[in-house]
Design a protein around this ligand. Sequence first.
Ligand code: SF4
Ligand code: SF4
Ligand code: SF4
Length: 272
Amino acid sequence: MRWSDDALNEMERVPFFIRNMVRKKVEAFARQQGSHLVVPDHLEQCRQRFMKDQQPDVKGYRLETCFGAKDCSNRVFGPTEIVQRLDEFLGRQGLRDFLQKNVSGPLKMHHEFRVSVSFCPNSCSRPQIVDIGIIGALRPAWAADKECNRCNACIDECEEGAIMLVEDAGPLIDCERCLCCGKCITVCPSSVLIKEREGFRVLVGGKLGRHPQLAHELPGIFSEDEVLAIVEKIVGFYMGNSQNGERLGSLVKRKGLESLYQFIGIPSRDIT
Ligand code: SF4
Ligand code: SF4
Ligand code: SF4
């Protein structure tokens, strides 16, 4: 299905987290109308229908990923099943029924529990503004048995200015600045920079709306299994405590981060 330039411009105004769904609906609608080209009128007619009743499309959660799942050169590691596993887990939680009981009035897309996965710190799927954000991470370390040839490739590559070369030693990495993109490892010709840990960073409680808030990052880099276990805890915390359609971010604010950490099983001394 082709799109006119005007229709593509209109699509830019659709919130990113429902853009894929809207695209499919609009294309199906245009097809029904016997058209092979989507024009702004198709979008407008779909919008009017959709605004009237979103309920059939609300499944209780929304799982977004960046486009890097398969072949983006920035992704920090190879294939993973985390997205399928998250989808299966979230689909079993009864989030739609939960929302139906907790939200007054008809269910809308913005009530849904939102999870977003990005496969590198560029965060194209905006994990900072959803209930749970997951970011691929690769933390570098210095292999002390290898000799650094001081080529500076790692320093040139690191956009965060997180690497310093120390006289008569190797590279020092500033953990506060390092975003765990793993690029310095890739460019190091002498394998002085190696993989210390790969997995995912986990962010909690981001949201937009009337009182936007950026998500809080849990301390550490977690394996796929650990992420699933943490997500299970967080969803349990949310479904056990959220009132009247309260978003996770507001709930964490109301109950305090210590309460969430306790529920997940992370020592509260690690709150940063
Ligand atoms: S977040 Fe990273 S891996 Fe995903 S599409 Fe963006 S640049 Fe590629
Ligand atoms: S992993 Fe990325 S951010 Fe961290 S030191 Fe290496 S290049 Fe810099
Ligand atoms: S890229 Fe590797 S060899 Fe070159 S300065 Fe950095 S650590 Fe040393």
